[in-house]
Design a protein around this ligand. Structure first.
Ligand code: ATM
Length: 263
C-alpha cells in the first residue's frame, strides 16, 4: 500500500506540527491503517518512505551475487530517469563504514552474536539518519545491498539472538523505514560459500563461521520471506546472471505501479 507523494502541508505535520483536519485528505486512503490512525489522531508520525521515495533491499547468503544484481537494477532504474541511491550494509555512511571494518574482518569469534547485533544496528541507525531517510525524503529510490533481514538471519537464525529482542531493537532503530520490497537471493549454501571464498578478500569473518551457521541463516531468510510474502520475493540465485536479472526486474516492476506506466 503506497502513496506516491503527499502535499507539503502533510509533510510539515510529519515534522512535528499538529495536523489540520482535512489537509491532504485525498491521499490518506493510500496509507496503511496504522498510519491513518495516527494521522487522524492529530499527530503525524508517518515515515518518510511511506510518503516519498522507494526502498528496495537485497538479501541472501554468501556468494549469491547480490552486488551484481544491485548494480544492474540501479542502472536500469537510472535509465528510467530516476534518482537512485545505491548503498550497502553494514556501511553506507562514513560512520557505518567504520563499524563495517570492525564487523567483517578478524576471527569468527571476535564478537558474540549479541555484540554483532548491537553494532549492526548502531551502523544501521547512522546509515538511516545520514543516507536512507534523507534520500527517501527527497523522493529518491534507495537500493541497499543487505539491510535488517541480514541481522534477523545472521545474528538471529544463525547466531541465536532472540527474535523478540531483534524486533524490539528494529522497532526503535528502523521504525517505519522498512523496505518496500526485499529481494532474497537464494542458493545452496556450499556453492555460495565456495564462490565467496574464491574471492579471497579480507572481509571473510562471516564466511568462516561454518556450514551449519550458513544453513540456519539461509533458512532464516526463507522463513522471513514466507512470513511477510507481500513485501518479499525469493529468487533462485544459482543461475546465470542474466536470467536472475530478468527475474529481479520482473519483481521490481510488479511491485511498483509507477514503473508500469508506458510499458
Ligand atoms: P557483504 O559481504 O554482503 O557485504 O556483507 C558483509 C557481512 O555482514 C555478511 N557476511 N559476509 N560475508 C553478512 C554480515 N551482516 C550481518 O551479519 N548482519 C547484518 O545485519 C548485515 C547488514 C550484514
Amino acid at each position: 500500500m503506497r502513496c506516491a507523494r503527499l502535499p507539503v502541508r502533510v509533510f510539515r505535520v510529519f515534522r512535528g506540527e499538529v495536523l489540520k483536519q482535512g489537509a491532504g485528505a485525498s491521499r490518506i486512503k493510500c496509507l496503511s491503517a496504522a498510519s491513518k490512525d495516527r494521522y487522524f489522531q492529530g499527530v503525524n508520525t508517518l515515515s518518510e518512505h511511506e510518503q516519498r521515495g522507494r526502498f528496495i533491499a537485497f538479501e541472501g547468503g554468501e556468494g549469491a551475487g547480490k552486488s551484481t544484481q544491485v548494480k544492474a537494477l540501479v542502472a536500469r532504474l537510472r535509465g528510467r530517469g530516476l534518482e537512485v541511491v545505491q548503498t550497502r550494509e553494514p556501511g553506507g555512511s562514513p560512520g557505518a563504514e567504520a563499524l563495517r571494518d570492525l564487523l567483517v574482518q578478524g576471527d569468527a569469534g571476535r564478537w558474540s552474536a549479541l555484540s554483532e547485533l548491537l553494532m549492526m544496528y548502531a551502523a544501521r541507525s547512522d546509515h538511516l539518519e545520514k543516507v536512507i531517510r534523507p534520500a527517501l525524503a527527497r523522493g529518491a529510490w534507495v537500493v541497499c545491498d543487505r539491510f535488517a533481514d541480514s541481522s534477523r538471519a545472521y545474528q538471529g537464525a544463525g547466531g541465536g539472538v532472540a527474535p523478540a529482542f531483534i524486533e524490539q531493537v528494529d522497532r526503535a532503530v528502523v521504525a517505519d523505514t522498512q523496505p518496500d520490497l526485499v529481494i532474497v537471493m537464494d542458493m545452496p549454501v556450499e556453492a555460495g560459500l565456495l564462490r565467496a571464498l574464491s574471492r579471497g578478500d579480507k572481509e571473510n569473518r562471516f564466511e568462516s563461521k561454518g556450514l551449519m551457521f550458513h544453513e540456519r541463516l539461509r533458512q532464516g531468510f526463507l522463513d522471513r520471506a514466507s512470513a511477510v510474502p507481500d513485501r518479499y520475493r525469493v529468487i533462485d540465485a544459482a543461475r546465470a546472471i542474466e536470467a536472475i536479472s530478468v527475474d529481479v526486474w520482473d519483481a521490481v516492476h510488479r511491485a511498483f505501479a509507477e514503473l508500469q506506466a508506458g510499458q
